[in-house]
Design a protein around this ligand. Structure first.
Ligand SMILES: NC(=O)c1ccc[n+]([C@@H]2O[C@H](COP(=O)([O-])OP(=O)(O)OC[C@H]3O[C@@H](n4cnc5c(N)ncnc54)[C@H](O)[C@@H]3O)[C@@H](O)[C@H]2O)c1
Length: 235
């Protein structure tokens, strides 16, 4: 079996210190990529608030000054926002949830595309969610943001279709990260009952798909939303 080959590639991974981000970092690094993580967490290569225009633009300048080029962008930073009925959802929470999940994706794509266009090469992978396809009750902002990440992916893919830059997203259902530990046993049971495979996904399973989408082998897919839901989403 041929392994995914990312040798010589420079990859920017936002949210690289989170449950899925760590697995993506491990997988892409093992495939030969030089991975640069942006995160609020201390362990990040560069501590960047990806919802901030100034912070993203300045961090991209630093990255390009240091590495010279950018081949891969994985937009993985995200927050679920509060679990609240809409009547109790504050505008501040709505805005922050959209900023961290959606505006961050726009800002990082906008900062990355010039470097990718210049070399006429690149791969962008955005983290959407099954919430963006199906809508999760009590998570209006998160669902709206992730639905918009899917639409942004499709639009940008078409915009870059005359280049060798490919833009795709993945839509996981529940993945076994710390997120699960915050769920009550009842919520966990409800969520798992919706998954035909009867279990949550593993971060390494997400990382495997992302690594392939980030590779040169992903050449004829762009603007697509790839399923990672154990059979829950069949469309
Ligand atoms: N875990 C799941 O079940 C699941 C399901 C569907 C989609 N997703 C998506 O996958 C992505 C990763 O999820 P995860 O489970 O690893 O979450 P996580 O909470 O473990 O990790 C998210 C990371 O993003 C970072 N982050 C948050 N806000 C940031 C900001 N403003 N600037 C920079 N970094 C910031 C956090 O510090 C954290 O390290 C998210 O976009 C999430 O919405 C996760």
């Amino acid at each position: 079996m041929n392994a995914i080959d990312l040798r010589g590639k420079t990859a920017l991974l936002t949210g690289g210190c989170g449950g899925i981000g760590v697995a993506v970092n491990e997988r892409m690094s093992a495939s030969g990529a030089t991975v640069v993580t942006w995160d609020l967490a201390e362990a990040a290569d560069d501590r960047v608030d990806v919802a901030s225009e100034e912070a993203v633009d300045a961090a991209m300048e630093r990255l390009l000054a240091r590495h010279g080029h950018l081949d891969i962008l994985v937009n993985c930073a995200g927050i679920t926002g509060p679990n609240q009925p809409i009547e109790r959802y504050s505008l501040a929470d709505w805005r922050r949830t959209l900023d961290v999940n959606l505006t961050s994706t726009f800002l990082c794509c906008r900062a990355a595309v010039p470097a990718m266009r210049q070399r006429n090469a690149g791969r962008i992978v955005n983290l959407a969610s099954i919430a963006g396809k199906e809508g999760n009750a009590m998570m209006t902002a998160y669902s709206a943001a992730k639905g918009a990440v899917i639409a942004l992916t499709k639009a940008l893919a078409k915009e870059l279709a005359d280049t060798e830059v490919r833009v795709n997203c993945v839509a996981p259902a529940v993945i076994a990260t710390d997120l699960i530990k915050q769920m009550s046993p009842e919520t966990y049971a409800t969520v798992i009952a919706k998954i035909p495979l009867g279990r949550p996904g593993r971060p390494d399973e997400v990382a495997a798909l992302i690594a392939w989408l980030a590779s040169d082998e992903c050449s004829f897919s762009t603007g697509a939303c790839f399923d990672l839901s154990g059979g829950r989403a069949t469309y």
